[in-house]
Design a protein around this ligand. Structure first.
Ligand SMILES: [Zn+2]
Ligand SMILES: [Zn+2]
Length: 333
């Protein structure tokens, strides 16, 4: 099969690899859509401890396709089934796995980092990781319905975002764009915030009622502070600004990846009695609710996708990722 290989030295190889064979409990999926994610940068740089041999690191963890072969003992799926792939392969015995929170399993292997991912013609995954797709959902929509819309659906469900809320979304990359659309579909008034104009335009296309270049004094000095802030930039100053901006008893979700930020617990947390959650991905049982939500509420899922490419474009795609000159790219076949 043709596959993208990231050796971890910022280069990208398009390589012919042996077709993977499904083992016990696994299925072979023919990939129709595999999205590039900002987190793939760590694989491109090789600065992450991964289970795959670096010379064989096939990235891609936002995957949709069709079951092509069923391994021994794999139940509940048949050849021809359309599926999206859940990114964490859990032990299926620990408390978190039994809850459906496979991403929290201490022994989870992440597809596209710890084992071969979806930037290839074929991928082998456990049958339990395959999430059946409803007819109305295309493969590209399905791929971005996992990490992007799935994470946002789950986070905003936990926060109870509703039509009673004004929601600020900080950072309008693909994750923030999904946040805007999900909050809007839940009925909230949404203010989309990003210093870059083309990203604010994306926020408007995703349904934002208002846009701002930054959370500044005009917000902090006003009486109409947001009920909810969803921080997707991962920028330390923006994270602090999110905590400053939210109203007393408000809710904040940290979704943007970052390593370090300065916080002021007394003023930002205690006195304001706020709730802060961290969020990534979603429990696997939630996927049916996610796809129903996207279809029933007519969420503009495809607006998020800036480039549809083929595997042959992979070197250019990862160049654009490194240069941050593309938003959401999806390999299709
Ligand atoms: Zn991702
Ligand atoms: Zn587990």
């Amino acid at each position: 099969m043709k596959a993208v290989v990231l050796p971890g030295d910022m280069t990208v190889r398009l390589q012919e690899l042996p077709d993977p064979v499904p083992q016990s409990g696994e299925v072979l999926v023919r990939v129709h859509a595999s999205a590039v994610c900002g987190s793939d940068m760590s694989a491109l740089r090789g600065d992450q401890v991964v289970g795959q041999k670096p010379e064989h690191l096939v990235p891609g963890h936002e995957i949709a396709g069709v079951v092509e072969a069923v391994g021994p003992g794999a139940t509940g799926l048949k050849v021809g089934d359309r599926v999206a792939v859940y990114l964490a392969v859990g032990c299926m015995r620990c408390t978190f796995c039994r809850q459906g929170n496979l991403m929290a399993c201490a022994n989870a292997k992440i597809i596209g980092f710890d084992r071969w991912g979806g930037d290839a013609e074929l991928v082998v995954v456990p049958a339990v990781n395959c999430m059946p797709l409803p007819d109305g959902l295309g493969f590209v929509e399905a791929a971005v319905s996992t990490d992007m819309f799935g994470t946002q659906f789950s986070a905003q469900h936990r926060l109870g975002v509703s039509g009673a809320d004004t929601v600020f979304v900080s950072g309008l990359g693909p994750m923030g764009a999904a946040a805007v659309a999900v909050a809007k579909a839940r009925g909230a008034r949404v203010v989309a915030i990003d210093p870059m104009e083309h990203r604010r335009e994306l926020g408007t296309r995703m349904g934002a009622d208002d846009v701002l270049p930054a959370i500044d004094e005009s917000v902090l000095g006003s009486s109409s502070r947001p009920d909810v802030v969803i921080e997707c930039s991962g920028n330390a100053m923006a994270q602090s600004a999110a905590l400053d901006a939210v109203r007393s008893f408000g809710r904040v979700a940290f979704v943007g990846e970052s390593r370090r930020a300065e916080i002021d617990p007394s003023n930002q947390f205690l006195r304001k009695l706020i709730t802060v959650i961290g969020a990534w991905y979603f429990p696997i049982y939630q996927y049916d609710a996610i796809t129903s939500f996207l279809l029933d509420r007519k969420v503009p899922v495809l607006e998020l996708v800036s480039h549809q490419l083929t595997l042959d474009d992979a070197p250019r795609a990862f160049e654009m990722l490194a240069a941050r000159s593309a938003e959401k790219m999806v390999f299709t076949a």
